[in-house]
Design a protein around this ligand. Sequence first.
Ligand SMILES: Nc1nc2c(c(=O)[nH]1)N[C@H]1C(S)=C(S)[C@@H](COP(=O)(O)OP(=O)(O)OC[C@H]3O[C@@H](n4cnc5c(=O)[nH]c(N)nc54)[C@H](O)[C@@H]3O)O[C@H]1N2
Ligand SMILES: Nc1nc2c(c(=O)[nH]1)N[C@H]1C(S)=C(S)[C@@H](COP(=O)(O)OP(=O)(O)OC[C@H]3O[C@@H](n4cnc5c(=O)[nH]c(N)nc54)[C@H](O)[C@@H]3O)O[C@H]1N2
Ligand code: SF4
Ligand SMILES: [Mo]
Length: 707
Amino acid sequence: MLRTPSQPLPFFPQQIEPGTRSHCPYCAFQCGLTLTRTENGYTASPDPAFPVNNGQMCIKGFTSGQLLTHPDRLLHPLKRSPSGELQPISWDQALDEIADKLLSIRDTHGADANACFGSGSLTNEKAYLLGKFARVALRTSSIDYNGRYCMASAAAGANRAFGIDRGLPFPLSDIPYAKTVLLWGSNLAETLPPIMQYFDRQRLSGGRLIVADPRATPTARAADLHLQLTPGSDLILANALLHLAIEMKLIDPAYIAARTNGFEAVRASVSRYSPEIAERATGISLERMRTTVRWLAEDTAMLLSGRGPEQQSKGADTVTAFTNLMLALGKVGKHFSGFGTLTGQGNGQGGREHGQKADQLPGYRLIENESHRANVAALWDIDPADLPRKGKSAVELLSSLGTSVKSLLVFGSNILVASPDADALERRLESLDLLVVSDIFLNETAQHAHYVLPVTQWAEEEGTLTNLEGRILHRRPMVTPPMTVRSDLFILTELAKRLGDIQRFNFRTSREVFNEFRTLTAGSLADYSGVTYERLDEQDGLQWPVPYPDHPGTPRLFETSFPTPDGRARFTPVEHRPEGDPPNAEYPFYLTTGRYKKHYNSGAQTRRVDRLREADPEPLMEIHPRAAAMLNIASGDQVLVSTRRATATFTAQLTSDIRPDTIFIPFHYGSRQSVNRLTAAVLDPTSKMPEFKLCAASVRSVLNHRA
Ligand SMILES: Nc1nc2c(c(=O)[nH]1)N[C@H]1C(S)=C(S)[C@@H](COP(=O)(O)OP(=O)(O)OC[C@H]3O[C@@H](n4cnc5c(=O)[nH]c(N)nc54)[C@H](O)[C@@H]3O)O[C@H]1N2
Ligand SMILES: Nc1nc2c(c(=O)[nH]1)N[C@H]1C(S)=C(S)[C@@H](COP(=O)(O)OP(=O)(O)OC[C@H]3O[C@@H](n4cnc5c(=O)[nH]c(N)nc54)[C@H](O)[C@@H]3O)O[C@H]1N2
Ligand code: SF4
Ligand SMILES: [Mo]
């Protein structure tokens, strides 16, 4: 026994004050909310005192209370029996057996044969401890996480240009003062609904909104100008806008000279992206391009990018085309202006800073940088030579399952629904010696596991998350967890102890983990060393870097310099490349994927919430009426959608909001309704982001349900 019965359970909340303020379980907006106990469970209401959401929430937040008392909630560790069923076992038995198996895999196949997969929904403490567990206890380089599917291209682009990656390098409260905002491939009216209050204020004071999206989404319909471009042509359009800005003498030579390097190479490269070429490739008229450039140049202006241009096999270069444009216009680091990317997951920002990424150590340190290695190894009390090197990125790691990788521990991702080319992944999961899934629900991935470990969830635990504007927030416990579940932190510390590392994983509270990791970030790019849980409570969060205890936080970056060796931002020329899985006569459509307002990511949580499931019970394939007419398809028909990998059946929805060459299917659904069975595992060579937004598809009608 590692615990005497009189001691409180490690990582369990000690006391819960009624009326505690905390945050939503889902997206990067991290709305402040409170919970009220009702006859049937819990009801969530917005916290009017929290400054970011200012009393607003979306339907997912309002219905989040249902997750806490859900009948599907996992309550006991489960083990797969020889006959294939998952059966309850004790925590000690589960942890002992998993640790034994990890050790025997390491002995037989080497340390890298054990792998971990993390998530942007884990708190900073969990993300940090998972990275430390992999490197120090398992001694494996095999760790990556679902942020590779999400923020990797944005991160690569921002690092390349600015030397740092904080999604929004300015506060949300700057948005209302931007004269022009260009939202590039973000449907934020549905994916960050309460953010619209900032845009409403912007529009009321005479601001303009431009949206670049192949679909006329609710966000695009709210815009002054909609650039309904051909999927995958974003880089061409961005380079052509810079070409025009140069031609129209709208660039800012004084800013370029004072604050940047490398413009001449970019000037030469964009000279080939004439508006005529771009008009043909993107479908956007010269007049619209000119208006866009004029609006962006003339006053305060922001370019904010979403997953549309980023989840492409050229996503990192496309983001670079955006930073090139905004730097040339002299906007970056000026008030109410600049480039930003809209982070998606609850802790999508903090989750990419603290060492669960294959190439990173905590505080945005790099695992291949010798002085970063020495620094972290010293704090972890290990020899730098024992710190594993860079591992494989998410899709590459999952492609090695069953061959070089024999075990996988998953924390906070439903990889079978969220990963590209999912049928191939399903076969690989089946070939593992050990699959362990820690989750709240038995999601599609957990159904393949050898062991399932039930964990505490958002309102039952403490920790920190970092929102889309780099604001570190305190997740406070509001509810006592069921006594039979455990925190992810408990699982990691107990497994580490069983692997023989007691001293380095001797934590009993989230706060203790936080204190170790904030010390470790001192002097790093994402410096949290001046943050305490108490300070977060007093100030409703702090924006990093926070390098010392009285530091007020850093709402705006880049005002005077960039965190590059010479303090200047970097231009990098980038060229268009075609998508990895292009349309042809057999597969004539672009299949693009994305989100519904009422479901969240793999849907493991939201498909279990009655109001959300009833509102959108299945994924619909959006198709333009002209394309549908040629294929003799009506709304409500069952259609077969085929790609070079698989065929699946969906219900058609005719809408003139989409381009005739494009179909759209959301990815929130599992099994036969999973669109990721169709997508391609084509990766961006720089960011290793899979090309979720673009593959070739064919459509045909199977059954006509017309009356
Ligand atoms: N309701 C809801 N909200 C969420 C989430 C959710 O699942 N549901 N998830 C959260 C997470 S993790 C994330 S990452 C964010 C994502 O938030 P968004 O980036 O807003 O979401 P997506 O729907 O993936 O993609 C945005 C848009 O990209 C467009 N698009 C497709 N192909 C292209 C292209 O080639 N070029 C361009 N320019 N656009 C293209 C799509 O039509 C879509 O409207 O949302 C967060 N918030
Ligand atoms: N085709 C297509 N595929 C995509 C995308 C797309 O646009 N198109 N978007 C990609 C993007 S941006 C993302 S972010 C991914 C997201 O997809 P996933 O990685 O699957 O993420 P989620 O569905 O948010 O959460 C997965 C699981 O985490 C559990 N969970 C939540 N909190 C915790 C916790 O604290 N601990 C533990 N152990 N479990 C927890 C939930 O119950 C759920 O089962 O999907 C990617 N996949
Ligand atoms: S899902 Fe996002 S926008 Fe909706 S309530 Fe939760 S944090 Fe707010
Ligand atoms: Mo995401």
